[in-house]
Design a binder for this molecule. Structure first.
Ligand code: G4P
Length: 527
């Protein structure tokens, strides 16, 4: 493999969690270990501040800072780590889901007090679709959390994810004394509000060692001996291949804010997390080691300056070497393009780069040529598969308020939907434009941006739909009949694929039952 050395030193991943579980705090500790930042507090939270004037203005503020934190690259023990940020707000979950297509593994943060939460479930569903390897970090052990055995059972059951404890906590809350590392048999002692230093770690040859009693007291020492025996009996050594196949998730306990248990997590991550791997395309399996460059766009970020509609397209490199100023083939529009100012992302600044390798994310200036899922190659035509579009949950009709600006409105809607802010459906027959979003806030964002960036005024009229399903069938005539018969509920998406808009679960189930020749899909792959 021509670029073997570069590929094998890269790890590209995302930290995911339900808001408030500790994603930002953990990110910051990782960056401190990587030397990418010097002080705590340097990473801006991308979640909605609690007392902000309005959620929506807060989102606009975030758009400004989030380009810089979209990808955080740092080095740790000769590894180059690309940490991809994911939006915290649930209304922007789709952006997170797409980012997950560009990573090779994830770290899932769970709050030990709250356990599995709504957003955790949805994120894990996406990971499971791709068998993404997951490491779990159970955070906030300094607070009185759930019983740890119950917590493990809850996670395993609710997320259908078999777990494998790597460390084991001694109590929680004010009695939290530390974690025992089941892998290298060391004991890490916890002192509140201090950073874990090397000297707080005690290596125990044997759990019967009296040092354990000295350090944590007899009662907790004997409890730990009992727990450790039980866990070792049940779990044994971690099977790394099972982790890489997404079949088992190693678990760490700690407290991100106290920088406790984070180094253990990071060291294991470095040891076992996957390097960039081969990927499926519409044409063939693309080997990560191929000499020729290829990559795909998983996110598009519009600049804040309304006078320039420049955008940044985030491209994940999948094979070969990306070079500045070299011509590449844009598969969808069949055009050769070169990029003179590609960005790389460091913790706080954007740097122009000369080249990039598989696993890296490059920011490309875009004046409207890209949409999510686009592929660049050295000439071959294919797309990467498995980049999902999810069924939106709220639907509204787009009403043009200013007929003089129809063109601008159409352009704006087209570009915003290319960015993946929302999905656009056009009703069959009626030509009604329907915008589908995951959250209410996105409608506000669209209305605001259409006016600010395109000078087009619009309004939204609520529609009584509950889900959009993509339709496929081997029987073209049946599908056509269905669409004609259900005209009020039929539309096409931006790529011309037929979609059924269901008013309720009952209607949807009835149609599914009545039309065995038609398949109803809740996600559509962009390719
Ligand atoms: P998020 O990105 O997942 O939304 O979570 P974030 O890191 O912002 O953490 C959410 C809150 O939890 C923060 O408090 C943070 O300080 C706290 N936190 C993180 N890790 C731990 C931990 O190990 N133990 C405890 N007890 N708390 C932790 P906040 O009050 O919401 O924000 P802030 O005002 O402290 O920034």
């Amino acid at each position: 493999m021509k670029y073997e050395k570069e590929i094998n030193r890269r790890k590209t991943f995302a930290i995911i969690s339900h808001p408030d579980a500790g994603k930002t705090t953990l990110t910051e500790k990782f960056l401190l270990f990587g030397g990418a930042i010097q002080t705590a507090g340097a990473v801006k939270s991308n979640k909605i501040k609690k007392h902000a004037t309005s959620d929506f203005m807060e989102i606009e503020r975030q758009r400004g800072i989030s380009v810089a934190t979209s990808v955080m690259t740092f080095e740790y023990h000769d590894h180059l780590i690309n940490l991809l940020d994911t939006p915290g707000h649930k209304d922007f979950a789709e952006d997170t889901y797409r980012t997950l297509t560009a990573v090779d593994s994830v770290v899932l943060v769970i709050d030990s007090v709250n356990g599995v939460e709504a957003q955790t479930r949805r994120l894990m569903e996406v990971c499971r679709m791709r068998d993404t390897p997951v490491i779990v970090f159970i955070n906030k052990m300094d607070r009185d959390g759930k019983n740890r055995f119950d917590l493990l059972e809850e996670i395993e059951k609710e997320l259908s994810l078999p777990l494998h404890p790597m460390t084991w906590p001694i109590n929680s809350g004010k009695d939290f004394k530390g974690v025992y590392n089941l892998h290298d048999k060391s004991l890490l002692l916890f002192t509140a509000n201090t950073k874990a230093e090397e000297e707080d770690s005690v290596v125990i040859e044997d759990l019967d060692d009296k040092v354990l009693d000295e350090k944590v007291g007899e009662k907790d020492a004997s409890q730990l001996r009992e727990d450790a025996e039980l866990i070792e009996g049940v779990y044994g050594e971690l099977n790394v291949q099972n982790y890489l196949d997404g079949k088992v998730a190693p678990v760490f306990f700690g407290s991100a804010i106290n920088n406790f248990g984070v180094k253990e997590l990071l060291d294991t991550f470095i040891r076992i997390a996957p390097v960039p791997r081969s990927r499926e395309t519409t044409k063939r399996m693309l080997s990560v080691g191929e000499d020729k460059f290829s990559g795909f766009v998983f996110k598009i970020h519009a600049n804040l300056d309304p006078k320039h509609r420049d955008r940044i397209a985030f491209l994940r490199v999948c094979s070969g070497r990306f070079e500045r100023n070299k011509y590449y083939h844009h598969v969808r529009i069949d055009k050769e393009m070169r990029f003179s100012n590609p960005y790389s992302f460091l913790a706080r600044s954007k740097d122009i780069i000369e080249d990039a390798y598989p696993g890296d994310v490059v920011g490309l200036f875009d004046t409207g040529n890209f949409k999510i899922g686009d592929t660049l190659t050295e000439g071959e035509d294919f797309y990467f598969t498995g980049i999902p579009s999810f069924s939106p949950e709220i639907f509204k009709e787009l009403v043009n308020k200013d007929p003089m600006k129809t063109k601008q409105l159409e352009k704006g809607v087209s570009q915003l939907t290319d960015e993946g802010v929302a999905q656009l459906f056009t009703q069959f027959g009626g030509n009604k434009k329907i915008i589908g979003c995951v959250g209410e806030l996105q409608f506000e964002v669209i209305q605001y941006r259409l006016l600010q960036e395109y000078g087009a005024a619009c309004e939204f009229r609520a529609l009584p739909f509950y889900k959009a399903c993509w339709l496929t069938s081997n029987n073209a005539a049946k599908l056509e009949d269905f669409l004609r018969f259900k005209q009020q509920n039929s539309a096409e998406d931006k790529d011309g694929h037929p979609v059924y808009l269901a008013q309720s679960e009952w209607f949807l189930n009835t149609e599914i039952q009545n039309n065995p020749d038609i398949q109803f899909h809740f996600t559509s792959e962009i390719h």
